[in-house]
Design a protein around this ligand. Structure first.
Ligand SMILES: Cc1ncc(COP(=O)(O)O)c(C=O)c1O
Length: 378
């Protein structure tokens, strides 16, 4: 039988970040030395305590189905951390899946969802999968949300806004004032705020302000977080969402008919992550902070302009002054053997930008940056 892609999938695009990384991996498989500054995942191992906890959980029988909102002990631990009730919490296979459930739970077909560019490429695709229409709005020159631009895009169809601080790809950590003003605007206009706080532990300068400071769950806040970034657990596929019980109930219904729940023993192990791994998180943050300093020094030495990223593990840099007429990420892979992610993966208006991830060793970062400087002749 001839397969035809259904119309709802025709507009779905592949992940830009994964595509770039795959190309570099193909070159590495051919024996070519490539400095990889592309991936969005910590290069550290998952702390051993968490791995042991998963092993013990399996030995202790946590190898069966769990309830569709997640294992109760983990939901209780998360509820305690956020001072909410268990009915406000769902555990999901990765926060990405949580974002999908949340949007599926709130959107009617054709509802508009605001995203602030540059933004993580999956938001746009997940909105489309959930039947919504992404509306992209550029942030200001410091990668902070521009309230006037946002106001201008709100209409009767606008249902939600997605915010992400600390931000992928810019590393921006929104100021207290921005979080307050955005929360107030959302409340005034009756919009859901889907706040993706997955990088909340990775802050190096200034303070992280959660949207929960200014908007409550019953006022429309849907908070997304997970274990991938803070605990180096990307492969475990474990995230969670906190929202009003009505929304959590719908999200659990969707999960119940699809994933059922994340793996049971991984959920038990995640309790150890939340309760016993503070020192591990701190030492990973310390190393990220050192790498960030190294990059700042190297860029400053060469006079390359950038907006200083205060969180996550990325720099989003405009190389338009140095690389003309071609995608800088493609140019750098070919000429410098450095794999970075193209700015186009984060919004149409960033063709001259690259995202550098410093979830890589100091040696890779230093050699990779020097190779970039060579290739662009500075
Ligand atoms: C902003 C942002 N949100 C969510 C995710 C997905 O995380 P998870 O591994 O929990 O699905 C990523 C991963 O790169 C991300 O950058």
């Amino acid at each position: 039988m001839r397969y035809t892609v259904p119309s709802r999938l025709l507009e779905l695009e592949e992940s830009a970040t994964l595509k770039a990384s795959e190309k570099a991996n193909e070159m590495i498989a051919k024996g070519i030395n490539v400095y990889k500054l592309d991936v969005g995942e910590p290069d550290f191992s998952t702390p051993k305590k968490i791995i042991d906890a998963a092993y013990n959980a399996m030995l202790n029988g946590y190898t069966h189905y769990a309830s569709s909102a997640g294992v109760i002990q983990l939901r209780e631990t998360i509820a305690e951390k956020y001072s909410v009730n268990v009915s406000n919490v769902i555990v999901t296979p990765g926060s990405k899946q949580g974002i999908f459930y949340a949007l599926y739970a709130i959107l009617n077909p054709g509802d508009e969802v605001l995203i602030l560019n540059p933004s993580w490429s999956s938001y746009k695709q997940i909105i489309k999968l959930a039947g919504g229409v992404p509306v992209e709005i550029d942030t200001d020159d410091n990668f902070e949300p521009d309230l006037e631009r946002i106001k201008n895009k709100i209409n009767k169809k606008t249902k939600a806004i997605i915010v992400n601080s600390p931000n992928n790809p810019t590393g921006a950590v929104y100021s207290d004032r921005t979080v307050k003003e955005l929360s107030e605007l959302a409340k005034e206009k009756g919009l859901f705020v889907l706040s993706d706080e997955i990088y909340d532990r990775l802050v190096y300068e200034g303070n992280f302000v959660s949207f929960r400071k200014y908007i409550n769950y019953d006022e429309g806040l849907i908070l997304i977080n997970g274990f991938s970034k803070a605990y180096a657990m990307t492969g475990w596929r474990l995230g969670y969402a906190i929202a009003s019980p009505e929304i959590i109930k719908q999200m659990a219904k969707i999960q119940g008919h699809t994933a059922t729940s994340p793996a049971t023993f991984t959920q038990i192990a995640a309790i150890t992550a939340l309760k016993e791994c503070e020192e591990d998180v701190k030492s990973m943050v310390k190393e990220f902070s050192e790498r960030r300093k190294i990059i700042i020094e190297l860029l400053d030495e060469k006079g390359i302009k950038y907006v200083k990223p205060n969180g996550a593990f990325y720099f989003f840099i405009d190389l338009g002054k140095y690389i003309k007429g071609t995608d800088p990420a493609e140019f750098l892979l070919e000429k410098a053997r450095v794999s970075v992610t193209s700015g186009l993966g984060f919004g149409d208006n960033y063709p001259t930008y690259i995202r550098i991830s410093y979830a890589a060793s100091r040696e890779t970062i230093i050699s990779g940056l020097n190779s970039i400087f060579n290739a662009i002749g500075i």
